[in-house]
Design a protein around this ligand. Sequence first.
Ligand SMILES: [Zn+2]
Length: 233
Amino acid sequence: MKPELRFIVNLRWFLSSYDGLKTDFPILPKRDLMSTVFTHPAIPLAIGLGINAGLLSSKSRSSTVPFRLLLLGCLFSVLPDLDVIGFELGVSYWSSYGHRGFTHSIFFAIVCGLTMMHWSQWLGASKKTVFLFLSISMMSHGFLDSMTYGGLGVAFFWPFDTTGEFMQWRPLPVSPIGIDRFFNRWGAYVIKTEFRLIWIPAMAVVIVATFAGWLFAVIRKFRKTRSSQSGPH
Ligand SMILES: [Zn+2]
């Protein structure tokens, strides 16, 4: 059998075996359960660069996202997956302290965002910007994970509710954890899908924001010259 063909057959098997998804029982080996670490930063990048581009020539430049904060946002968007350490420590897969557990919750993202407000000066932004940007960057992780068709649901509402949640729309495949398992055909398929469904829309957001920022600048300039021409002499 040609390798390409084998991959398609495997993929079919994988998709068909996921009819059991609604019950949230993982059929894959338990470590293959995250969306790609490389893709999570797409969301903070789109938000941060989008805001910066949109506000490029505006008076509200104080709400822009400085470089340090942008980098930290990218880091925050992947941090929740540090919970895979739990596998090594023997935390039960079903526990809210296991993978896709409390580190993926809205509560945890808010606490981390609030904590980082302390370093707002170093980050070069207002406390409000630091809090909002970092919390949203971290929350975006859980949202992307909950759009994967595999693994457990995400404990969004921990500690109030430990049920694993999934989105209604789950177009993303789960990514294998570990470099050796990542660089195979399944890994390639994951990267391609994430590029199409996450990176391209994220880049589109930045392009649209840049265009809007430029358009507003032109309009503002036009108004200014008109008012200075028609103003009192
Ligand atoms: Zn995750």
